[in-house]
Design a protein around this ligand. Structure first.
Ligand code: ZN
Length: 201
């Protein structure tokens, strides 16, 4: 399985990191070894001093396909959850200034927290999600705020990569990203349901 991640998909977050709003979706990937599930703790790596959470809606692919048109995209995902795209911001900033790839800053082991999935249901008011850090709400988002909604992302990504059953798409983070330290407790919510807990060890 593959993990696709989208960068800069919420204009408020792009602004907080002084990034341009992109012409096309920014796509990167994480390997299967990045997945952290079942509320396992996250162990703070020794090679970063600025680990950030990014809370994201995550869609699960349920059908294989390539060159999928936006209007057919809803047939290709069936479940949704909330996850964290852990980012070593210090390494990422360095890689960005040098024009180097991001993998060491974003695709490392356990960098993709994933919560329990729910069946996807289309709602005109969008899907709400949020993150609490030590009981305090630090991020809140709604799928309607994405610059590239899931159906557009599927059209874009599937031009380059065959989507396969079980692949995940992390759809980018809203504003409010921030650092974690050992001892912090992160809780992800899909609407009002808590879908994961992640303690930093
Ligand atoms: Zn992200």
């Amino acid at each position: 399985m593959k993990i696709f991640c989208i960068g800069r998909n919420y204009s408020e977050h792009a602004k907080e990191l002084n990034n341009e709003v992109p012409e096309n979706p920014v796509v990167f990937m994480k390997p299967a070894t990045a997945l952290l599930k079942d509320n396992q703790p996250f162990f703070y790596p020794e090679w970063t001093k600025d680990l950030h959470y990014e809370t994201e809606l995550v869609y699960r692919i349920c059908k294989q396909g390539k060159y999928i048109k936006e209007k057919f995209a809803p047939k290709y995902y069936d479940k949704v959850s909330v996850g964290i795209d852990f980012t070593a911001r210090d390494l990422q900033s360095y890689q960005k200034t040098k024009g180097l790839p991001w993998e060491i800053a974003k695709a490392f082991d356990n960098s993709a927290v994933i919560g329990t999935f729910s069946d996807f249901t289309e709602k005109s008011e969008g899907i709400n999600f949020s993150l609490k850090k030590n009981q305090e709400q630090v991020q809140i988002g709604n799928s309607n705020q994405m610059m590239y909604p899931i159906n557009k992302l599927i059209e874009y990504v599937s031009q380059f990569f065959t989507l396969q059953v079980g692949d995940l798409i992390y759809t980018g983070t809203p504003a409010g990203v921030g650092p974690v330290k050992i001892g912090d407790k992160l809780e992800g919510f899909l609407e009002n349901e808590r879908v994961f807990v992640c303690t930093i060890s």
